[in-house]
Design a protein around this ligand. Structure first.
Ligand code: M6R
Length: 588
């Protein structure tokens, strides 16, 4: 979603803000803006485009001042326009605000403010925050009071940073992350540690209803009731800031290749933590598992793996739907929440619903300092390193390998993730070497309008994941389907223009899936087979190496990720920053 940043310290603020925004750009990237305070006057420059583009056209880095705020936007309310870009100032331009989240009662607030004579410049929900702050500041000339009153008027989810003409910088959060970065000579207030990790690894993670006030570089923390709160600084892992593309043209491609390592690093969990996690799981009467997007596909596969290899019955529910099923949970239930970012609003909402029912919450999360990690009774860290590409790739396979590992600990070590490690590692390496062939196939099929991906059993979640990758990276309509369902309706769509990808490894699903492939072929569709057994029925065959049946999903997803990546290139889409999307989806 949006990234927000504020900085108060020694040194010119604008380059610090621009660099921080560039680091966080993967979160949202339709427009950019910064505000600085220079000689008691607020300067604002903002426009649509990515950070580098807006910086080039508006010379953001050259804005003078030692205090400032910045923003990259992912539009929720109001189109992608210069005026809707943040920061937003109030009428008298004595305060400006950057906001991440959604103000649910903004219509009502805006109407009140309009009646009071306020004039709005944008169509965003965020602008009401600037006007409320201006209103309350004018009332008592007290910024602390203005912050408290404003926060108490806002409904929804928000993290915002406000800059005041008198050199005060403030931030507040409710259901959106906000983190303070502490330097010896200054402070950051940011939605993501990546905003300041180049400068400091000391951070304070604010809690819900916290307000931070930086007055001439003195820091104080209060809550929305005005009470003083104390939060302990923690140290953030420096590696998070080390993300660069290396020799790859895109982060997405680099992250696809990193899977030969990351699948295995994720299984090094600290023993007590893993034991706590598995004990809670083994004792649960009911187990639910949730996630969004790719993480939901992990949850779907987890259902198969945990039931097949550790005899745990699991219900998987996508996070955006979870709150409507939460009556099924009670104090004997366990919810496993899976999330790369740990900040996905739908996932956090599921966790809250589960906690309200007294259920215990376990999570599998890549960002160990995230809201999800902190809300969970116990969490396992995915450990695949920062994933910058908006499309989840290495985080998916790392989530899966943790699930296999858990299944082994709770069951009888049957998945093969530990015992077949060498075979799996070789298979992944060999599959990564298929890139040239997959790029050639992508060149042949790049103009198709619809792609269907079919498979059965443990391959079905991979079909869904492959289709998601093709949709978000290449902007081609793609659908994952259980192969046996085709004849119940979707077969009507198949004709000579269709492209169907079949996950057809030589396992217990092989014969039935091959017969589905024959039915499709006889309707004239083009077929791509992904299999460890060649068959002449396929127009293109992507031969994956042999691995134990249970581990096939970890291998077969890689050709689908690569195909999506190369289709994106052929369709002139930027694979790292798909249009309309954001890495961390913090709105419901
Ligand atoms: O950070 P999370 O794992 O909670 O994110 C969930 C989804 O938003 C995410 O997987 C999304 O679907 C990806 N863009 C898919 O590639």
């Amino acid at each position: 979603m949006c990234s927000i940043i504020g900085y108060s310290g020694n040194g010119e603020v604008a380059p610090i803000l621009v660099d921080g925004l560039q680091r966080m750009e993967y979160r949202g990237y339709d427009s950019v803006g910064i505000a600085t305070l220079n000689n008691g006057k607020l300067l604002i420059r903002k426009g649509i485009g990515k950070v580098a583009e807006v910086n080039a056209s508006l010379a953001l880095k050259e804005m003078p001042g030692l205090l400032g705020i910045g923003h990259t936007r992912w539009a929720t309310h109001g189109g992608v326009t210069d005026l809707n870009a943040h920061p937003h100032s109030a009428c008298s331009a004595n305060v400006a605000v950057v906001h991440n989240g959604v103000i649910e009662n903004y219509h009502e607030l805006r109407d009140c403010l309009l009646k009071d004579g306020h004039v709005f410049k944008s169509q965003t929900d965020s602008e009401v925050i600037a006007h409320l702050l201006e209103h309350y500041w004018a009332l008592k000339n007290d910024i602390r009071e203005a912050m408290i009153h404003t926060c108490n008027r806002l409904l929804g989810s928000f993290a915002f940073v406000a800059i005041f003409e008198d050199s005060t910088l403030c931030g507040a959060r409710y259901d959106e992350p906000l983190i303070i970065g502490i330097k010896p000579d200054g402070y950051f207030i940011s939605s993501d540690v990546l905003g300041f990790l180049d400068y400091t690894d000391r951070a304070i993670f604010l809690d819900n209803r916290d307000i931070v006030m930086l007055e001439r570089n003195n820091i104080s923390l209060i809550n929305f009731d005005g009470d003083i709160v104390n939060r302990t600084p923690t140290q953030v892992a420096w590696e998070l800031g080390c993300a660069d593309k290396g020799r790859y043209t895109h982060f997405t491609l680099k992250e696809i290749y990193e899977q030969s390592q990351t699948i295995f690093t994720s299984i090094h969990q600290t023993k007590p933590n893993l034991e706590t996690f598995c004990n809670i799981l083994a004792k649960a009467e009911d187990v639910f598992i949730t996630g969004s997007g790719t993480s939901y596909h992990s949850a779907l596969l987890a259902k198969h793996i945990l039931s097949r290899y550790s005899k745990i019955r699991v219900e998987s529910i996508m996070s955006s739907e979870f709150q409507y099923s939460s009556e099924l949970l009670d104090k004997n239930s366990v919810l496993i929440a899976i999330s790369q970012s740990g900040e996905t609003a739908d996932v956090l909402q599921s966790v809250k619903s589960a906690k309200e029912k007294g259920a215990r919450v376990l999570s599998i999360v890549n960002v160990s300092t995230s809201s999800l990690a902190r809300l969970s009774d116990c969490f396992l860290e995915v450990k695949c390193g920062p994933e910058i590409g908006v499309a989840a790739t290495k985080s998916f396979t790392s989530q899966l390998s943790i699930i296999y590992y858990i299944a082994d600990r709770v069951g009888d070590n049957l998945t093969g993730i530990s015992t077949e490690r060498r075979e799996l590692s070789n298979a992944i390496e060999k599959t990564l070497q298929l890139e040239t062939k997959i790029a050639e196939i992508a060149a042949h099929v790049k103009d198709v309008k619809d792609i269907y991906i079919l498979g059965r059993s443990i391959h079905f979640p991979i079909c869904l994941e492959g289709a998601l990758k093709i949709k978000e990276l290449a902007y081609i309509h793609a659908e994952g389907m259980a192969a046996g369902e085709l004849k119940h309706g979707p077969l009507a769509l198949i004709d000579t223009n269709s492209l169907v990808i079949i996950l057809n490894p030589f396992d217990s699903t092989y014969v039935d899936t091959l017969s589905n492939a024959n039915v499709i072929k006889s309707r004239g569709a083009k077929l791509i087979g992904i299999s460890n057994k060649q068959d002449p029925i396929y127009d293109y065959c992507i031969s994956i190496p042999y691995v134990k049946e249970s581990l096939l999903p970890l291998v077969e997803v890689i050709p689908l990720q690569m195909l999506a990546y190369h289709l994106a290139l052929y369709n002139n889409a930027d694979p790292d920053y798909p249009r309309n999307l954001a890495k961390s989806v913090t709105v419901k």
